[in-house]
Ligand binder design. Structure first.
Ligand code: NDP
Length: 483
C-alpha cells in the first residue's frame, strides 16, 4: 500500500486549526506554529486561522494563541505572529458555517496571497467530530492549490470503527495522500534517532538486535499527572487508546523493523507494517490493567469530578506483552507499559541482553541498552572492573547525553517537526492506513474484553506510586529483571 506525498507547500498557505479554543491547540499546535514561524519554516505568505464554536473575542483568542509560549520569546516576533492569525467562530456540522469560513479564507487569500492558497485543515478536536468536519470541509472548502487534512489521534476506537471512519472520510472525497494522521511520537527527536542508532551503526548496534542477543525489551511511558480535568475524554478512551495502541507501537516498530531498502517514505513504512503483521493479537491474560486510587493528598480516578461514571473500569495504567513471530525476534517478549499518576515522568526503552551460560565473573548482571527519550540519553549498562586493588564488578554507564554533547543544538519539538512535514507533504512521518489497521488488530480483542459486560475491574495502584504490584510480578514472570 503506497501513499505518495503531494509536494511542498512553498508559499501562500492557509492553516486552519479546528478546536482552536482547546487544550491541544493552546499547548501544542499554536506554540509549534509559532516556533516554525520564528525560525522561518512557515512558507512566506502563511496565514493561520483558529476556528471553534466558542465566542472568543480577539483578546481571548490571542491569549489562546500565545498562552503556551515561553515567556522568554521575543515580544516582536509574538506581535508579528498575532498579525498573521485570525479567529473564525463557527459550528462543526453546519454547511453555512463552512460557507462563511470559505468566504473568510477567500478574503484572506485575495488580500494577501494573490487570490490562491495551499490549504491545511488541522483537526484538533475530539475524535467524535473528525468525520463530520472532514465531510463539511470537503464539500465547502476543498478549494486550495493543495488540500491537506491533518487528524489527531486516536483514529477510531477499535478495528471496525477505524475502518468505518476511514471509509467515511474517503467517501467524502478526501484522498489517502491528502490525509495526515498524526502520531507526534514519530516527530520526537529521540524516537527518530532510533533509526540512525541502529542502521548508521549497523555492525555495532543493529547486529545486537535479535533473539540470539536480546532477552526482553521494555517500552514504558510514565506520567506523574493523573487524568484531572480530562476525565470526560479519558474515560471514553482509556490508556490503551491514549498511549499503547499508537505511541508505544511507533517506538516498537522503529526498534524492531528490518533495515528498509532505502530512506524513501514507503520503504520505511513497509518495514514497519511487516513487523506489525508478525505480531499476534494480545491475549486477555497477558495484560495488567490498573486504575489509580487516591493517596490522601491526590484524588483517585473515580473521585475526579470530570469522571462521571463512578463505577468506571477505564484503565489508567496498562501493560501488555507482544511477541514478534519472525526470524529476528522469535521468543523475545516485548513489554509495553504506560500509566498515569505514577511516581516519575519517563519515556524509556530498555533492551535487556542475554547472559553467557558460564560467566567468568559470577557477579555480572545483564547488559542493557537504555534509551531515555525525555532525558535525551542513550546508554549501555556494562559490567566493568571496580577500580580497586581487589577488583570486582561494577555497572557503570557508557553514555551519549545529547544535551551535553550537542550543546546549543536546537532539536525541534515533536509537533513542530510533524507540522513541517505536513507542509512538505512528507507522508513518511504519519501513520499509514495499513499501519493503523495492524495496530488496531493487535489491540482490539483486549479492548473488547476490557470493555465487555463481564470485564474484570482494573487492579488498584496508589496515585504517585510505581504502578500496580501486579505489573512488577508480570515483568518478572516474563523474564524482565529490574536492574
Ligand atoms: P479538547 O477537549 O480541549 O477539545 C478541543 C476543542 O474542541 C474544545 O475547545 C471545544 O471547542 C471543542 N469540543 C470539545 N468537546 C467537544 C464536543 N463534545 N463536541 C464538539 N466539540 C467539542 O481536546 P484537546 O485539545 O485536548 O484534544 C484535541 C484532539 O487532540 C483530540 O483528538 C485528542 O485526542 C488529541 N490529542 C490531545 C492531546 C492533548 O495533550 N490535549 C495530546 C495528543 C492528542 P469549541 O467548543 O470552542 O468548539
Amino acid at each position: 500500500m503506497s501513499v505518495k506525498s503531494q509536494g511542498e507547500a512553498k508559499e501562500k498557505t492557509l492553516i486552519v486549526v479546528f478546536g482552536a479554543s482547546g487544550d491541544l491547540a493552546q499547548k501544542m499546535t499554536f506554540p509549534s506554529l509559532f516556533g516554525l514561524f520564528k525560525d522561518g519554516f512557515l512558507p512566506p505568505k502563511t496565514h493561520i486561522v483558529g476556528y471553534a464554536r466558542s465566542d472568543l473575542e480577539r483578546k481571548k483568542f490571542e491569549e489562546q494563541l500565545t498562552g503556551g509560549l515561553d515567556e522568554k520569546e521575543s515580544k516582536d516576533k509574538i506581535e508579528e505572529f498575532k498579525k498573521i492569525s485570525t479567529y473564525v467562530q463557527g459550528a462543526y456540522d453546519e454547511d453555512d458555517a463552512f460557507k462563511n469560513l470559505e468566504s473568510e479564507l477567500q478574503q484572506m487569500a485575495d488580500k494577501d496571497l494573490d487570490g490562491e492558497s495551499h490549504r491545511i485543515y488541522y483537526l484538533a478536536v475530539p475524535p467524535s467530530q473528525f468525520t463530520s468536519l472532514a465531510d463539511k470541509l470537503h464539500k465547502n472548502n476543498y478549494k486550495g492549490i493543495t488540500n491537506r487534512l491533518v487528524i489527531e489521534k486516536p483514529f477510531g476506537k477499535d478495528s471496525a470503527s477505524a475502518k468505518e471512519m476511514m471509509e467515511a472520510i474517503t467517501k467524502d472525497g478526501w484522498k489517502q495522500e491528502e490525509i495526515y494522521r498524526i502520531d507526534h511520537f514519530i516527530g520526537d527527536e529521540m524516537a527518530r534517532s532510533i533509526m540512525q542508532l541502529r542502521f548508521a551503526n549497523e555492525l555495532l548496534i543493529d547486529s545486537l538486535f535479535n533473539k540470539d542477543k536480546v532477552a526482553s525489551v521494555l517500552i514504558e511511558l510514565k506520567e506523574t499527572f493523573g487524568c484531572e480535568g480530562r476525565g470526560g475524554y479519558f474515560d471514553e478512551f482509556g490508556i490503551i487508546r491514549d498511549v499503547l495502541q499508537n505511541h508505544s507501537m511507533q517506538l516498537l516498530t522503529f526498534l524492531t523493523m528490518d533495515k528498509p531498502e532505502s530512506l524513501e517514505e514507503d520503504h520505511i513504512r513497509d518495514e514497519k507494517v511487516k513487523v506489525l503483521k508478525a505480531i499476534k493479537p494480545i491475549k486477555n491474560d497477558e495484560a495488567v490493567m490498573g486504575q489509580y486510587i487516591g493517596n490522601g493528598d491526590k484524588e483517585g480516578y473515580l473521585e475526579d469530578e470530570t469522571v462521571e461514571n463512578k463505577e468506571s473500569k477505564t484503565a489508567t495504567f496498562g501493560e501488555v506483552v507482544l511477541r514478534i513471530d519472525n526470524d529476528r525476534w522469535q521468543g523475545v517478549p516485548f513489554l509495553l507499559k504506560a500509566g498515569k499518576a505514577i511516581e516519575e515522568d519517563a519515556l524509556r526503552i530498555v533492551i535487556q541482553f542475554k547472559q553467557p551460560e558460564k560467566p567468568l565473573y559470577p557477579s555480572e548482571e545483564p547488559n542493557e541498552l537504555v534509551i531515555e527519550l525525555y532525558e535525551k540519553k542513550v546508554y549501555f549498562k556494562i559490567n566493568s572492573k571496580k577500580p580497586s586493588m581487589e577488583g570486582g564488578i561494577v555497572r557503570p554507564e557508557m553514555i551519549l547525553d545529547y544535551e551535553n554533547k550537542f550543546d546549543g543544538l536546537d532539536a525541534p519539538q515533536p509537533y513542530e517537526f510533524v507540522i513541517r512535514e505536513v507542509l512538505k507533504g512528507n507522508q513518511k512521518s504519519f501513520v499509514r492506513e495499513d499501519e493503523l489497521e495492524e495496530e488496531w488488530r493487535i489491540f482490539t480483542p483486549l479492548l473488547h474484553f476490557c470493555e465487555g459486560k463481564d470485564s474484570p475491574k482494573p487492579v488498584e495502584y496508589k496515585y504517585g506510586s510505581n504502578g500496580p504490584k501486579e505489573s512488577l510480578e508480570f515483568d518478572k514472570k516474563l523474564g524482565f529483571v529490574p536492574t
